[in-house]
Design a protein around this ligand. Structure first.
Ligand code: AQP
Length: 330
């Protein structure tokens, strides 16, 4: 069975973007692949997090993984920092990554361009830790949203470089970006990605949002003055985003939705999207409540960390042997 690995970093509450672009796909894949999904808590702290809030976000993320359909019997679910090999291999990966490569990473460049202050060294070297996260487990595929593809490509470059320098060690993974929902945009700023930590609550639907608030956000989504429901991402990004969300969740193609909406107004489309999103969130939230009150999370994470550690430990030992940092081992 081929292996897949992915993660989400709960720098805030998980969003509809995380669900459509990532989580929902993990759930589909878990029947056909050996699936490893972790909560990337080390990546969270590349930006300051209030410790109490972070603890809550991490627990909520695990509960939401399961509420969205990840099954701990089928997928290995764990917390990144519970498997210490991630940080250790991350350092070794940083020693095999060039500054020029990190300087080219769009996510970091965007933050630099916005003149954000207090950018940390951890944020800069985050792609090295991400390479370690992936390469420890030799996955065949890494399902990601559009924005993370560049990091998986860097991971491939680092893996190939390492294999060439020290002999075959890592499987070179493929990024897997789904066609629909690869980039859900903000509802009130459809030229920017829906992001959990941008502080733009009106544009972002959180999976644990009150459903009335979700409906209000969708009904207030920014559109345009064209007045026709059609597929035109460039001139009607807001409508395109609503069609994308609808299509990703309902399975109906954007073309078919547009055909049904000939001669109808934006308000009707928004109301239908709101119904679909709220229907999906209602199911997730009810399962989330059951999971939180069941107390099952600790056991799931313990089992997951044990399974992940078994693989990560062997891989790190192999890497350390190959690069020559251990004495008396060949
Ligand atoms: N808006 C989105 N549309 C489609 N996919 C998305 N993903 C995130 N937002 C969208 C995908 O979810 C996975 C986990 O992402 P992440 O939360 O670990 O990191 P991120 O992409 O940096 O998400 P945010 O919300 O924008 O985080 P912050 O605000 O902290 O930087 C990835 O596969 C991602 O592509």
């Amino acid at each position: 069975m081929k292996r897949m690995l992915s993660a989400i970093k709960p720098t805030g509450q998980l969003t509809l973007g995380n669900y459509i672009g990532a989580l929902r796909n993990f759930v589909k894949y878990q029947d056909d692949y050996e699936m490893y999904v972790f909560v990337a808590n080390l990546h969270c702290i590349t930006v300051y997090q209030d410790p109490k809030q972070l603890r809550k976000n991490l627990k909520d993320a695990v509960a939401l993984y399961i509420a969205c359909g990840l099954d701990p019997e089928k997928s290995v679910i764990f917390l990144q920092s519970d498997v210490m090999e991630h940080a250790q291999l991350g350092y070794i990966m940083a020693c095999n990554t060039y500054l020029g490569e990190l300087n080219r990473m769009t996510q970091f460049k965007d933050k630099m361009a916005k003149n954000e202050t207090g950018l940390t060294a951890g944020l800069y070297t985050y792609p090295c830790l991400m390479a370690a996260d992936i390469l420890l487990y030799d996955p065949d595929y890494v399902p990601v949203g559009d924005d993370q593809k560049q990091h998986v490509e860097l991971t491939r470059d680092i893996a190939e470089r390492f294999n060439n320098r020290y002999s075959e060690t890592f499987k070179v993974p493929e990024p897997l970006v789904s066609k629909v929902g690869k980039r859900i945009m903000s509802l009130n700023d459809p030229l920017h990605k829906m992001s959990k930590s941008e502080g733009n609550d009106k544009g972002c639907v959180y999976l644990l949002d009150d459903l009335k608030a979700v409906r209000k956000k969708i009904m207030s989504a920014v559109t345009d003055s064209v007045g026709i429901i059609q597929i035109d991402q460039e001139n009607q990004p807001g409508i395109y985003n609503l069609l994308e969300i609808h299509s990703a969740l309902s399975g109906e193609s954007k073309e078919s939705i547009c055909n049904r909406y000939q001669g109808k107004g934006y308000g009707e489309l928004k109301a239908e999207v709101a119904d679909i999103v709220c229907g999906e969130l209602e199911k997730i939230q009810s399962r989330y409540n059951e999971i939180i009150s069941s107390g099952m999370i600790d056991k799931i994470l313990e089992d997951g960390a044990n399974k992940a550690h078994y693989i990560a430990y062997k891989k790190l030992a192999k890497v350390q042997r190959k690069i020559g940092i251990e004495i008396n081992k060949k």
